[in-house]
Design a binder for this molecule. Structure first.
Ligand code: ZN
Ligand code: ZN
Length: 130
């Protein structure tokens, strides 16, 4: 395996394992925890993945920093995502509920939602309590 490819794979494994979290670069670095990939290489790879549409840059809640979220997970192609505007967390709508919602919208408007590219924003149950 080419060196760059191997680095990319290490990074993708970490992102896939944490696909429902928004991670800071520092967190990603500690999760990758490998001598084979430096923080600058991680950052470069993240930018590369962002260009390919596999990673999304999102503001981290409670800080000025930028976080990264993996949106290329195969598990995530089939369902809709809900993003909390207060804490920034992403929730995965179960696939049956996604199908129901999409079908409902289609029947009422003829519009076919692209679930892989749609994020619904709102307030999560935790944040609503406060
Ligand atoms: Zn998902
Ligand atoms: Zn929230």
């Amino acid at each position: 395996m080419r060196y760059a490819t191997k680095q990319r794979k290490l990074l993708l494994d970490v992102l896939e394992a944490h696909h429902d979290e928004t991670l800071s670069v520092a967190e990603i670095c500690s999760l990758v925890a490998s001598e084979e990939i430096s923080p600058s290489a991680i950052y470069r790879n993240l930018s590369e993945l962002e260009k390919q549409g596999l990673v999304k840059r999102v503001p981290l809640p409670l800080s000025q920093k930028t976080g990264f979220r993996y949106v290329g997970s195969n598990q995530c192609r089939e369902h809709l995502h809900l993003e909390c505007t207060m804490c920034g967390r992403t929730f995965h709508l179960p696939t049956p509920a996604t199908s129901q919602l999409i079908e409902n919208v289609r029947q009422n408007s003829g519009f076919k939602i692209d679930s892989a590219n749609t994020v619904l924003t709102g307030v999560c149950p935790d944040c609503e309590k406060h």
